[in-house]
Design a protein around this ligand. Sequence first.
Ligand code: ADP
Ligand code: ZN
Ligand code: ZN
Length: 746
Amino acid sequence: MTPSSLHSLFPEPEMPRVAVLLPLPFQGTLDYMDPGLHLLPGDIVTVPLGNRRETGVVWDSTQNLPADLATRDNPPEIAASRLRRVIGRQNQPPLPTSLRLFITWVAAYTIAPPGMVLAMCLKAHLRGTDAPDLTGWTAAADLPENLRMTPARRAVLEALSNYRQMTTSDLSKASGSSSAVIKGLADAGAITSVILGSKLPFGRADAAYCPPRLADEQAMVATALREAVNNACFSATLLEGVTGSGKTEVYLEAVAAALDAGKQALVLLPEIALSAQWVERFARRFGTRPAVWHSELGQKARALTWTACMNGAAQVVVGARSALFLPFINPGVIIVDEEHETSFKQEDGVMYNARDMAVLRARQANIPIVLVSATPSLETLTNARSGRYRHLELPSRHGGAQMPETHIIDMRADPPPRGQFLSPRLIDALNTTFARGEQGMLFLNRRGYAPLTLCRVCGHRFQCPDCTSWLVEHRARGILTCHHCDHTEPMPRICPGCASENSLTAIGPGIERITEEAQHLFPDARILVMASDIQNGPTAMADATARISRREVDLIIGTQIVAKGWHFPHLTLVGVIDADLGLAGGDLRAGERTVQLLHQVAGRAGRAEAPGTVLLQSYSPEHPVMQALLSGDLATFMEREADQRRPGHWPPFGRLAALIISSEKEAASDQVAKALGRSAPQGDGVQVLGPAPAPLALLRGRHRRRLLLRTRRDIAVQPIIRNWLACVDIPSSVRVDIDVDPVSFL
Ligand code: ADP
Ligand code: ZN
Ligand code: ZN
């Protein structure tokens, strides 16, 4: 029997069935009927769900997934007579194929419902409404195959040739065709609506606006990156170079190459607070602002930027990890700046590492990716060593600026007075710095006044009622607050344990307390405090950095936000209050992370003519982390890390996935954790650790247990976890979060 005779035996139903993915935590797609809209995969549609309307995306019924990531079988088909109809197609171009494939892969890799990944993509999209301010039309990238051509339609398409964009009335005048013809072409998918350039919150970048004069070694690296972009195929490159070596300058040349080729570039930054300095720099190089993607963006700017990614008007997008899910139509390169940063890992909802998923996206889009860092992660270094990634290096600071000199202050030998935290040597160094008219910085990775408050009389400690965590005093605001759940209570005058007055004592320092001490010690110094809860957004952060650049500040006191890629030319002294802070706790990467963080902080010093000095206050100067920072020989340190992780198959030499079981009922958590423990997968190269109470055994009122699956590098964790979870009944009162490639072990 031939296919066509088969066809006549089973006449097509009048309404074809389409699979629609909704931005909701369902396992797969839902089927609907297409009421003659000729829907195609990617179309953004409105559908009924229960008694509401939802925005969804028409999904491909089959997508090629690698066997080890394939999702569970589809549920049985629902009879056509019971299906509901799609309400309508939204006035938006379809979601690009590459983005749909990416969503499927991210869901499979992270073992998250695909709808939740779609939700991240659609977050910007005005749900259930058409794109805002659609004031113009442009020709679609590809004409739909079965487009019915008429002279009137042809006239419209001709008027829009050469990427022209026109409003409906201009287009009607230029083509002599009515607005009904234009609407018909839009419905057929032959033309798409665009935001006209003048309405966009960014401009057209000019690759030739102000090219840098690169030093020889910079030029070599820039050429290699340009070639990678021009090759227009997948490649991964690690760009490693000390802070101030010109990495940004050089990777902007990769962006320029993408612009030259008429393609889009995506630059991921770990911290969106950095975007202001970055945008300024971009504007000096390319003559205009790039599109910026961050949380402060208003709903309208978001929707505009989202649409602009899809129609190509957004050439360069800089943003935090969520920018990875924008619907780029013609991507040419992805850059991940500060690739080692843990903030690329999203810890709630879909737990994904934007750095790793960016590599996946580049591979799917068949474009180059550049991972940039002064202190690359062991993961990326290992890929570079094995030859999977190309390794480009910029070994010295630009313009002859010297790397700062690092010293360790042994706090056992040179302690501060009781109840204070700055050692005499650090105080001397700061005084000398101010006397020379230069700037100093004090770093302590702890917000608030004190991490613990204790009653001197009865020993009462203030604990969060909902978390395994002490409450942190924020003295300026007169409160105690939990840094995990934001539970806040007023600071009492009387101890709740024994009713003593004036018995509550602050234990340990936070930056507020360091600021108080510094105000005493340096009454004439102009002090600026930088922390995520003080400058709580890119604008406030930009103001702060501008004040530093204008030399309106003598001393900067800050948390990890000051460690980021700032360029402060007049800063010559960096003091780290508690260099040992990150080493406590049994985290797999505690050493690596402390080296990266403190090296990054140190890199803020002496970036211009004046040489810089870094003073690390430590109670364990002999620790390999302190020694690595002292010598500046991070390569040897990372080799040692590798040697320690390799034998036990710890990442990157093996794979990890965590199961986090949580419930408001402790017994329920325990029961599920134990059941999972009993049915733990076994086999060569597969090991399960736990269950055990999580270090944060209570978080936001939920009791948490953890299991850790460790496998050999050649064994994928996803199918193991899927089979594992299928064996255990999980009551609705218990949640099991799956964290593939965990970064946090809390
Ligand atoms: P990194 O990203 O490695 O920290 P940057 O690209 O920020 O380094 O460069 C450090 C400083 O040196 C910046 O102020 C930058 O403008 C300047 N710089 C680097 N390379 C050049 C160059 N070729 N010409 C002019 N200035 C440069
Ligand atoms: Zn008390
Ligand atoms: Zn809490």
